[in-house]
Write a protein that binds this ligand. Sequence first.
Ligand SMILES: [Mn+2]
Length: 569
Amino acid sequence: MAENKWTGKTFSVKELDKLIKEHGLLRPIAQILACRGISSENVKEFFNATLNELSSPYELPGTERASARLWEALRKDEHILIHGDFDVDGLTSSALLSWVLIECGANVSIFIPHRLDTGYGFTSESLDNALNVYKCNLLLTVDCGITSNEAVDRANELGIDVIITDHHEQASKLPTAHTIINPKIHPELKKLHCLAGVGTAFKLAHAFIKYGVDNGLVFKKIDLREVLDLVALGTVADIVPLMGENRILTKYGLKILSSQVRPGVRALCEITGVNASLKSTDVAFKLAPYINAAGRLGDPGAAYKLLNTTSIVEAIAQVKQLQDYNNQRRSKEKEIFEEAESQIYQTIKIHESYSILIYGYNWHQGVIGNVASRIARDYNRPTIVLTIIDGQAYGSGRSSANVNLVNILSGSDDILTRYGGHPMAVGLSLNPKDINLLKKRFEDSVSGVITPEDIIPQMDYDGDIYIPELDQKFFEELERLEPFGFGNLQPIFRLTNLSVPYAKNIGQGHSRGYLKDSNNYSIQFIAFNFSEDKLPKPPWDVLAVPQLNNYNGVMTPQLSIIDIKHSSG
Ligand SMILES: [Mn+2]
């Protein structure tokens, strides 16, 4: 396999000096901050990140008007219907707003569309399905609706006011809703563009309470910190950057999540083996897949019930259901991934291609997004995976090398029956007869914006570090940079010219041992997915994440190696 390209992030030496001198930071910590564009002026704000620093919810246009309409609904005892979405972001948004509204005495129902019935988001079809079950005068969308012009028109005809809360990109024309709350439709509100659907829903909840308090309508103490666990879940799962207000919301939300007050969270932590202080990686890799599995494979209502229940008995029952969905999800994904890999091998000259488009018949629609993610990552190329079901092709696209897939697909809107999403992740559908045409156009347009450099697997790191710098103080300061996740990645350092006095296989295909530098300082390492026979000849240069290994309560510094090369000098 070709070697990965390592790229040290660039930073200003002047800024690094300032961070060290003015804030007394350790050199490697200052370097991480400098690499991430955090200057000595805003480092204090970055470290503090307290809830007091959240902006007023009214800064997000529409929140005040929507709050007034919601309070009017309470006064008139109108029925409010929340139209959610089936992923973690949509489910947590629904649970958050319904809790806040119900606490204030509102009459609320929730409708979560099934992925396989009505497709994505708020549609005329999902509206009809919802109205079959619940009558309402006021409909509130969460994590969807910004492109639902037709559904909003239909609701208007039926005399239903629609409040949209969403964080997806708008189409050319906005729906004619009563109110639209979406940071992305306000170019000047850049600092709120990072919000997930649940962050946007939180803003509305915050505005609603503020409006109620200011107008003497709230007769009960409502503590919005109680819903920050939901905000953290949805924000981390939706892979929005953990910077700005997302950093504040997630930092506090993870604390609430860790306390496991919500029965559903407690049951979920129990079954996934997550305990003590929860990290964003636990959310991303353990909790979120369970919650998402319900929407992918079966009834997202089970996941909603889990988040919403106040009974631990009910929570345990729902979490078992989710475990079942998650096991099915895993096995289907594995099956499709293997088929996909063999199709790539047989039909695509990978070394001559900048993109990957593959399709299959009756591949489960709920898991092709995950398959596309894995292929895009493994092959480092923008990828579309399509499944043909009942004469229609449905697909998911995942990008790499920062190619904007929404832009790319807009060039093929003549053959797409539907498409939409984010620059890095899209959904689409088309007539199967057009697949080959789409494949050709996809390759042509991706190759127009990508360079051969872009498809070499690349690893970025936050500068060099030396073994003696990995002391207790370093790990204490490192902790203040959390939560790590998308947009504020776990720091990766390069260490060079290390000898390897000891290495052995552990588990299935991993290794462990220790490393020594030229001054005889040593440190232990763990290297996942590097079995002994895959290790290069010493001396080594490595890219690694410094961490504290907890062994029987004793914390020892170690390097979790993510890539190794033989040192050239
Ligand atoms: Mn979302």
